[in-house]
Ligand binder design. Structure first.
Ligand code: GDP
Ligand code: MN
Length: 389
């Protein structure tokens, strides 16, 4: 789960990390009023959306007066901001963060990411910050340093010196400060089960202070039950509406670009189903795992989610009946197909306990459902039907 920059900075501030002072506003009126109270020689108006690249897209404006803040707010607020991360339709800006502007001497890149291959956190640092790290990685990968953190030791002196070297920092006090910052950021990751903290840019101010000018934090969704304070920061307006519905019903759903909707129980089976669709020359419209207990209600919600995606031209249901028997699932599918008026081709593959009964129920339903017991054939069939439309 992602949060907004201003929320991330509030969290980081509670750990004593150096972030700018700022206020979040949701209207032009408040932007002007707060800027008057704030009254700094340099104020930075920043669009709050769950996407980066705002600077280049006009979503970060340096202002020298209250009037400039007001003008910037009028220009940005309640309008879509299109960055390289939002897609062409952009993301509506509903909140602004007005910050005390920092005087930048150097912009660095700093992030902590979970390195799954090594099973530990990794610090990624580069002397070239402010710009997209992907660009730096492409053009000059030698400018990026990775520092693995052994979980049993946490941040050690040599990690700090490694990162300091990347930044070209020699001043003893600055290196000590860097050590404190890295240690605290690592603590945030551990305490809150975050899997990413990205500070870009991480700056050295003209006054010689290290400062966190931007902050992106991403949290492990499966650990959120332990962190109600973090869950409370969720902004559903920034999230995909269908993914929200799925989360509420405890379904694992991810929208994809293809046109064949998939309803499957079990993540492994879902992956295999998607692979087969691709093998047959089509693309899956989604990943959808209804979980071990594919109840009628869950099946119905799953159909609802799949059908509200207008790209879907056909649905492949692939369910393995274990604890939940195939005949019961078949009734669930029929009920859902009837109540939701499924209008696209529907191919169902049921395997497991009571699968012959389940398939018979589907065949006798009088609905346009094709029951096939082999997964290969079922995939071929749905692809054939969709491509024939
Ligand atoms: P992003 O483009 O969405 O990643 O937004 P950032 O928060 O990284 O801001 C983009 C750029 O705006 C930064 O790289 C800085 O160059 C500039 N910027 C942001 N805050 C300040 C500030 O307080 N002072 C100055 N001088 N520039 C800033
Ligand atoms: Mn940034």
């Amino acid at each position: 789960m992602n949060i907004h920059e201003y929320q991330a900075k509030r969290l980081l501030k509670t750990y004593g990390l150096p972030v700018s002072e700022g206020v979040m506003v949701e209207s032009v009126f408040d932007a002007e009023a707060q800027a008057k109270i704030f009254n700094k020689p340099l104020m930075v108006v920043k669009a709050q959306i769950h996407a980066g690249g705002r600077g280049k897209a006009g979503g970060v404006v340096l202002c020298k007066s209250v009037e400039e803040v007001k003008a910037a707010a009028e220009k940005i607020l309640h309008k879509p901001l299109i960055t390289h991360q939002t897609g062409p339709q952009g993301q509506i800006v509903r909140r602004l963060y007005i910050e005390d502007g920092a005087n930048i001497d150097q912009e660095f890149y700093l992030s902590f990411v979970l390195d799954r291959a090594h099973g530990c956190m990794t610090i990624i640092s580069s002397r070239e910050g402010g710009t997209e790290i992907e660009e730096v990685a492409k053009k000059s990968p030698e400018k990026i340093t990775k520092t693995l953190i052994y979980p049993a030791t946490g941040i050690m002196g040599y990690h700090v010196r490694h990162v300091a070297k990347t930044y070209g920092l020699n001043d003893k006090d600055q290196i000590k400060k860097l050590g404190e910052i890295l240690t605290k950021l690592y603590q945030v990751l551990l305490d809150k089960d975050a899997d990413l903290i990205e500070i870009n840019p991480f700056v050295l101010t003209t006054e010689g202070n290290l400062h966190l000018l931007d902050a992106k934090i991403s949290f492990e969704g499966n650990a959120l039950f332990k962190h109600p304070d973090i869950e409370a920061l969720r902004d559903e307006k920034e999230e995909d509406a269908l993914e929200t519905l799925a989360r509420e019903q405890d379904l694992n759903y991810i929208k994809l670009d293809g046109n064949i909707g998939c309803m499957v129980n079990g993540a492994g089976l879902a992956m295999a189903t998607m692979d087969l669709i691709k093998l047959c020359g089509a693309e899956p419209a989604n990943f959808l795992d209804v979980g071990g207990t594919a109840s009628q209600e869950k099946v119905e919600t799953a159909f609802k989610i799949i059908l509200s995606d207008k790209d879907v031209k056909g649905i492949l249901v692939n369910i393995f009946g274990g604890i939940m028997k195939c005949d019961i699932i078949a009734h669930g599918i029929i009920a859902a197909a009837k109540s939701l008026h499924v209008h696209v081709p529907l191919v169902v593959r049921l395997q497991g306990t009571n699968s012959p009964e389940g398939q018979k129920i589907l065949r006798d339903s009088g609905l346009n459902i094709k029951a096939i017991d082999s997964l290969d054939e079922a995939s071929e069939e749905i692809v054939k039907q969709v491509q024939a439309v």
